[in-house]
Design a binder for this molecule. Sequence first.
Ligand code: AMP
Ligand code: FE
Ligand code: FE
Ligand code: ZN
Length: 281
Amino acid sequence: MIDLHAHSTCSDGTDSPRALINQALIQNLSVIAVTDHDTISGWVEAQSALRLNLQLVLGAEISCLTETGVSVHMLGLLFDGENQEMRKMLDETRDSRIPRMIKMIQLLNDAGISVTMDDVIAAKPDGATLGRPHLADALVNLGLIKSRDEAFQGLLNNDSPFYVSHLAPTPEVAIMQIRAAGGVAVIAHAFASLRGKVLSREDFAPMVSAGLNGIEVDHRDHSGIERGELRAIARELDLVITGSSDYHGTGKLNVLGENTTDQGQWEKLESMANERRVVRL
Ligand code: AMP
Ligand code: FE
Ligand code: FE
Ligand code: ZN
């Protein structure tokens, strides 16, 4: 079983990279990708936890913003972690999450909801990419809400008045950067309409021109209809079709391996990287 999208405590997952690899072994996966938001800081620990019979794909999920303000997540897999331009793009996106969090906290405070940056930092593992899930955890710790899920259904939803976006590359810039660093680019949960505004059919052609390799079709946040539409777009544009769990430990319901990628599609995707970078013992 091949799962190409999972998070650790280096972003908003609750399993350390080592625990994530152990879970992948327990679930009998053959391939697991570590794709934390805007960071590669989990790569070293994930590699050191690797065991026989499991192959590791090193990656990142890059937060992007289209020119019309649609939030898009781009999976970069199998790229060279030493690529300086790539590192710079990840650093800039990560850094901009701090002023963005300060703004969201200010908006909440203005509405009479008392939460501070210290509360959020206390809820976040050291070194993790700062995000709304940590703000949600702070609100849970303060007893203001019950769960991350409750936060994302209301207060912290993309459509909420408290939502603020952070600086991020466009999907095309992210794709070009991933490809320039030798990796492959797969657009994550592109039609997950329950998250807010999503892309439309016409948005795919420019991403293909930028070098997009694949579309994540089988994902918990896609309805059957949305999967069908994405599958048709992938066939039309000759893109690889993936399925993945987007596992976040106990931070979300998603179970490792609940959606998987077909072996043939995976081989096709892997062959598009400029080097064989899958880690195996
Ligand atoms: P941010 O990148 O700070 O805008 O936060 C978005 C992140 O929140 C995404 O990466 C999701 O993984 C996470 N997220 C979205 N919906 C939920 C949910 N219902 N429960 C937990 N985490 C969520
Ligand atoms: Fe996440
Ligand atoms: Fe995502
Ligand atoms: Zn994800």
